[in-house]
Ligand binder design. Structure first.
Ligand SMILES: Cc1cc2nc3c(=O)[nH]c(=O)nc-3n(C[C@H](O)[C@H](O)[C@H](O)COP(=O)(O)OP(=O)(O)OC[C@H]3O[C@@H](n4cnc5c(N)ncnc54)[C@H](O)[C@@H]3O)c2cc1C
Length: 304
């Protein structure tokens, strides 16, 4: 269970109180505030705070004295223009602070996104919980035979059971030893900062993660993408749902230009121009490698 009853009642208490403010608030985001959205078997992501809305993006772009809003249509057009032309700083005026509980191996991928502010649970100071990510049966995938950095079909039968048993048993054994080593019952007890090295990478950690909307979109573009590892993608997907409710116009533009759009090289554009003139363009006469051509065809034909 991602939250204990005590943690849930702290969240409920926060949601039961409200404060009047002159600042911009967004109804859709207020509905998410503090609530834990469950991810994987013990993880979650929840919004702790946010600043700004779609209007704040327009306000910054127009360096306005008032709200910066003209009409919804006008604002949407401006936001689409900003997104299309990589005029990114107005998006940096919106910020979000998340509380995330995630396995350590997912945190290692996540932390590569350097343009955020992070504060992680201290396993030097505190004792980690006995919580490990054990994939659901359909996520217990075999190594991909076509992509070294990917996975294939789910394991089945005895192999699946054996792997699950290893994952569970090894995690429990490591945690038993962790507890035994830090125990001060009749012994000095190993420092927590050392004992933690015995825990596998599927142990859960937690952090507060604060980022502006421009850099969040960059994170989501990479991690909500089909090429991202499933275990981080599910967190990115959950965040997408929140962002959609927070800044609907900006999210729509992001979906259109970034998630659903594609970047083409000058060579690829040249090929499209030649195709439009009726020329038969093949990989051999395209000037592209086989890999580039495959991806280019994927873009044109709608495959990933
Ligand atoms: C599918 C996938 C596979 C990956 N595989 C690997 C892998 O095998 N090995 C591996 O090590 N990593 C891997 N990564 C991580 C990847 O290389 C990036 O480190 C990660 O996605 C963070 O991207 P970023 O640096 O653009 O993000 P951020 O750190 O958030 O930075 C955002 C942008 O800010 C700028 N920026 C930030 N810091 C600096 C800086 N110090 N100097 C210059 N510009 C800066 C850059 O323009 C950057 O794009 C993978 C990522 C993905 C999505």
């Amino acid at each position: 269970m991602p939250l204990s009853p005590e943690q849930q009642s702290e969240i409920d208490a926060l949601r039961a109180q409200s404060t009047q403010t002159l600042r911009a608030t967004v109804e859709g985001m207020e509905a998410h505030l503090y609530k834990a959205h469950e991810v994987l078997d013990h993880g979650f992501v929840r919004v702790i705070d946010y600043m700004g809305d779609d209007a704040a993006i327009c306000q910054a772009a127009r360096v306005s004295y008032g709200k910066g809003t003209k009409s919804v249509q006008n604002d949407e057009g401006l936001i689409r223009y900003l997104m299309r032309h990589w005029h990114s700083t107005p998006f940096e005026m919106c910020e979000i602070k998340l509380h995330v509980k995630l396995p350590v191996f997912v945190a290692r991928q996540w932390i590569r996104h350097r343009t955020a502010n992070v504060n992680e649970y201290s396993a030097r100071y505190s004792i980690l919980d006995r919580e490990f990510y054990i994939p659901a049966e359909d996520a217990l995938a075999a190594q991909s035979v076509v992509n070294n950095q990917g996975r294939g079909e789910a394991l089945t039968g005895d192999e699946a059971q054996r792997v699950l048993n290893y994952l569970r048993d090894d995690a429990m054994r490591c945690y038993d030893h962790y507890e035994e080593m830090i125990s001060q019952d009749g012994q000095a007890g190993l420092a927590r900062e050392l004992a933690r090295m015995n825990l596998p990478a599927n142990v859960y950690t937690q952090w507060y993660w604060k980022v502006d909307l421009h850099n969040l979109f960059h994170f989501l573009r990479l991690r909500a993408d089909a090429h991202a590892q499933y275990e981080i993608r599910v967190y990115a997907d959950a965040i997408c749902e929140m962002v959609k409710d927070w800044v609907p116009a900006a999210y729509k533009a992001f979906e259109d230009y970034r998630m659903g759009g594609a970047t083409l090289s000058a060579t690829a554009l040249g090929c499209i121009q030649r195709m439009l003139k009726g020329e038969e363009v093949t990989q051999e006469n395209s000037g592209m490698s086989k890999g580039e051509w495959r991806e280019f065809m994927g873009v044109l034909k709608g495959a990933s």
